[in-house]
Design a protein around this ligand. Structure first.
Ligand code: NAI
Length: 257
């Protein structure tokens, strides 16, 4: 087991990559706080808790919190410390996207996406980081995206948020290394999760995405969870301030002539 006795929080863990990650960390021996956004996700989050506890050996709790709310994040971290005695793995996975032409993007849409993807990552990094700094250190893993470096027309706020997470991660890695905290981004390519429903429901769009991937298929959430488990473990003890790309080769731009 890679993470025996570790104490983890995974944000947005009621579905998709977050769910697969929470379950994988539990199987690797970590105790996991399964964060979920709102009442709508509560039942799914409790199912994730049940599946972690059934598989063992890690224990799990479900905690509601909006990652964009400072008080919610403070409460989530405090509840995890109370339940497990600390936090030494923080996985900033919660994220949203919306397809809108840049010139039609409202300030409200812009702020909603930045608030969840960038401010949420900052708040969780800061609050978990304080606990780690006062304890024995830890690891912060941010779920960014290949769109931390690949521009994506129609998704400007999303790309701006993920690009922001890249420099936040790099700066935090420098600043927090002396406190025993590593900070790493995982950049998934196209993964089969609810966020991609608009592609998965449209065979032509799905085929077009697959053509962009040398491996020839979209990734599975478990393939991202495996990278998170490794990055958070002692096996990655010399890895900080970098992005691990898990994209089936998508960022090799296979259609570029
Ligand atoms: P998803 O939609 O299944 O997961 C996103 C989760 O974030 C949901 O559980 C949602 O309830 C939660 N969430 C949204 N706003 C929140 C808030 N304010 N507070 C707390 N939780 C909140 O989609 P997926 O694909 O699993 O996304 C996970 C992360 O992976 C996101 O950051 C996304 O940008 C990133 N990603 C996904 C890719 C994909 O192809 N699926 C590719 C690259 C990055």
């Amino acid at each position: 087991m890679l993470l025996e006795g570790r104490k983890a929080i995974v944000t947005g863990a009621s579905s998709g990559i977050g769910k697969a990650t929470a379950e994988r960390l539990g199987r690797e021996g970590a105790n996991v706080c399964v964060n979920y956004y709102s009442d709508k996700e509560q039942a799914d989050a409790h199912e994730v808790v049940t599946s972690i506890e059934r598989a063992g050996p890690g224990r799990a709790i479900a905690v509601q919190a909006d990652v964009g709310s400072e008080t919610d994040v403070e409460r989530m971290v405090a509840e995890t410390v109370t339940a497990f005695g600390g936090v030494d793995i923080m996985v900033n996975n919660a994220g949203i996207e919306k397809q809108i032409p840049l010139l039609d993007t409202s300030q409200e849409d812009w702020e909603r996406i930045l608030r969840t993807n960038l401010t949420g990552t900052f708040l969780c990094l800061r609050e978990a980081g304080k606990v780690m700094a006062g304890g024995g250190g830890g690891v912060i893993v941010n779920m960014s995206s290949v769109h931390e470096f690949i521009p994506w027309p129609g998704f400007a706020p999303y790309c701006a948020s993920k690009g922001g997470v890249k420099l936040l991660m790099e700066t935090a890695a420098r600043e927090l290394a002396p406190k025993g905290i590593r900070v790493v981004n995982i950049a998934p390519g196209a993964i089969v999760t609810p966020i991609n429903k608009f592609v998965l429901d449209d065979p032509e769009a799905k085929h077009a995405v697959e053509e962009e991937i040398p491996i020839g298929r979209m990734g599975e959430p478990g393939e991202i969870a495996a990278a998170v488990a490794w990055a958070a473990s002692g096996e990655a003890s010399y890895v900080t301030g970098t992005t691990i790309v898990v994209d089936g080769g998508m960022s090799l731009y296979p259609k570029f002539v």
